[in-house]
Design a protein around this ligand. Sequence first.
Ligand SMILES: Nc1nc2c(ncn2[C@@H]2O[C@H](COP(=O)(O)OP(=O)(O)OP(=O)(O)O)[C@@H](O)[C@H]2O)c(=O)[nH]1
Ligand SMILES: [Mg+2]
Length: 378
Amino acid sequence: MGLFDKIKHAFVKDKEEEQQTEETTTQEEVTTETREEETVSTTEADVPADEQVETTEEETDSFEPEDTQKKYEKGLTKTRKTFKDRMNELFANFRSVDEDFFEEVEDTLIGADVGFDTSMRIADELRQEVKIKNAKKPATVQNTIIEKLVDLYEEEGEKEVNELNEQHNALSVFLFVGVNGTGKTTSIGKLAWQYQQEGKKVVLAAADTFRAGAIDQLVEWGKRAEVEVVRGNTGSDPASVVFDAMTKAKEEQADVLLIDTAGRLQNKVNLMNELDKIKRVIKREDPSAPHEVLLVVDATTGQNAMNQAKQFKETTDVTGLVLTKLDGTAKGGIVLAIRNELHLPVKLVGLGEKIDDLEIFDPNDFVVGLFKGLLQEE
Ligand SMILES: Nc1nc2c(ncn2[C@@H]2O[C@H](COP(=O)(O)OP(=O)(O)OP(=O)(O)O)[C@@H](O)[C@H]2O)c(=O)[nH]1
Ligand SMILES: [Mg+2]
């Protein structure tokens, strides 16, 4: 099943569930009125077999923390609302699908941060599709826009690997890079905690020795996640901290080493030299490492995040992105632009400030979370 079909399926299921809830409520009211004492057993017996299974599933789910799909749906609330508002605006003055309309579609998509090239492509494909389908109803046109967005996203992601490159029975070394305040340290703390919960041995390296306070911040996360932190003094050579951390991780047969780096980009050449030196030290200790160079970008900065990613990609071998603060932004459309225009896989997403608010990126859960509520009944 294609991704768009999955979204359509989820949309139809939601609608059915809404209806069922309404019906069940009415049934319950009747039952309570007529046979008060038997309420519990009667309601169960009245519900058809397939619905009973669903109810049981829901009950089991509620014992788990919160499933990923729900987290995405919650985290993407603002983005979805923006998309919805923009779509409503687009169709508010809708008269016909003419050239003016297609231009408005382009503006709408650019405004929703899906990227310039993507917006142009979608509008072009829409022009053709509308002709083929002879679509006139706003609902059909809106669903076609979403279908095109999802299809393009799916197509561009065919060879993309979103899983982290974890080594089995050997040390995995992940280097975190990115400009100030994007969420490097926080994401490392959250990931450390996840691995620790899985029973893995984790070591953190405080290689951001540039900013006063940066080391303490990582040490603090180390305490929260209950993992070890290798540190030097403020101003010491980050590469030497990395060397110590590699040695320690190997000695202790750790599973994962997560390396925090400084985020300043005022002097791009210095920063890149520093990263190169860190990589050389890692490679000397383990030629297969680093297994990931993760660029952390802040989703709330939209186009700026795209530009940072372009710059870093030019100067260092970034293997994937960590997209933070998706919870606090209406710019979630940037995920589409990242895939379609940067061709860098998003590997992790930050959906909040709490220790368990980091998710392994699931592209399907993401688009379902974003677009499910935007489909229209035709
Ligand atoms: N809402 C939200 N806030 C986040 C998320 N990730 C990080 N933050 C917040 O972003 C701020 C900056 O995070 P840091 O982890 O310190 O960023 P950094 O990249 O290490 O910054 P520097 O060390 O200055 O380079 C903090 O206040 C975090 O709580 C997220 O997914 N959602
Ligand atoms: Mg930091």
